[in-house]
Design a protein around this ligand. Structure first.
Ligand code: ADP
Ligand code: MG
Length: 300
């Protein structure tokens, strides 16, 4: 009887989400533990098997830092964004496009999904231009300075033809966070931004940021302060009052762009929590941060 009740409870979710698109961004921090990756792949497989169209985007920052460290090259970051000099670009190609992409694809295959590893370069999926030196306010010092981010791209366009072709043949594209400019130069691009641009362009029902903290936190050092619900105004306020720093800043900015761009719901969840992904999607209370344009109070 319990099982039947469970199935009945599950049905509205399946009806609601079947054939809809979710974009899932997996952060590098989550990928450091093989067990965590396999758990997450199992959760993604449940979504895949109920007929949700899935697009996975990933980073690999911590893994790139490890290899850079081995090469005695200290990575530099400002306001949560990496400076990509030529050595760093080489390493990001190897780590994002190679190691991480293959490992995620393999974990998803093991979980009985049809995953295909590509990068933003493949099929011209992510087109970008090299970022001009820009004025950036360093949240640590409050000072504005001109920063040359190096081989970092700003997205000009995403072309979803390859991704849609794969998805419509029941594949899960796994996209490494690199892009390409019109001259064939490969550029490093923040994976949160690629996920957001793809989600917006694909008119995704959900954009899910899987990271290594419980969600957006009121106090970044206090896991119990997770903000379970944010609307646009709340997110803007958080950014302004400086409670959000490091990699969560670009993430939250992208959450805002996604909901402004028409993605209905954006989630920030902890990928290291067991079944965190399924809990967030299939329970009303969820466990991470849910963000919408306006509070709508809907059930699923
Ligand atoms: P990912 O690899 O998933 O993109 P990042 O390291 O780029 O992860 O961003 C998440 C990090 O942002 C957290 O691990 C945390 O250290 C930092 N952070 C700063 N402020 C906040 C906040 N208010 N809430 C949550 N995380 C925060
Ligand atoms: Mg990040």
């Amino acid at each position: 009887m319990e099982r039947v009740a469970f199935l009945l409870e599950f049905l509205p979710y399946i009806q609601r989400f079947r054939n809809h698109t979710f974009v899932i961004k997996i952060g590098g921090a989550v990928l450091q533990d093989g067990k965590v990756l396999h758990g997450l792949a199992g959760d993604i497989s449940v979504l895949y098997n109920i007929g949700i169209r899935l697009i996975v985007v990933h980073g690999g920052g911590p893994q790139a830092d490890v290899l850079l460290g081995r090469l005695n090259h200290e990575p530099e970051k400002i306001a949560g964004r990496r400076i990509t000099d030529s050595e760093t670009l080489e390493v990001t190609k190897m780590v994002y496009g190679g190691k991480m992409n293959m490992e995620i694809t393999a974990a998803l295959q093991r979980a009985n999904t049809r995953a295909v590893g590509i990068s933003g370069v493949s099929g011209g999926t992510v087109l970008a231009v090299k970022r001009e030196p820009t004025l950036v306010k360093d949240p640590d010092t409050g000072m504005e300075k001109k920063v040359d981010f190096g081989y970092v791209g700003d997205i000009t366009r995403v072309d979803l033809e390859l991704v849609n072709t794969l998805v419509s043949h029941d594949y899960i594209p796994v996209i490494a966070c690199m892009g390409v400019d019109g001259d064939g130069n490969i550029l490093n691009i923040n994976a949160d931004t690629i996920a957001q641009e793809i989600a917006t362009s694909a008119k995704a029902e959900k954009l899910i940021y899987v990271t290594d903290v419980q969600g957006v936190l009121e106090d970044k050092d206090e896991p119990s302060t997770v903000i379970s619900y944010l609307d646009l105004a709340g997110a803007r306020e958080l950014l302004e009052d400086g409670r959000v720093s490091g990699g969560m800043r670009p993430k939250l900015l992208n959450c805002i762009s996604a909901v402004e761009g028409g993605v209905e719901r954006v989630h920030v969840i902890d990928g290291t929590a067991e079944h965190g992904l399924l809990m967030e999607i299939f329970t009303n209370q969820g466990c991470g941060t849910l963000m919408e344009k306006y509070r709508n109070g809907g059930d699923v």
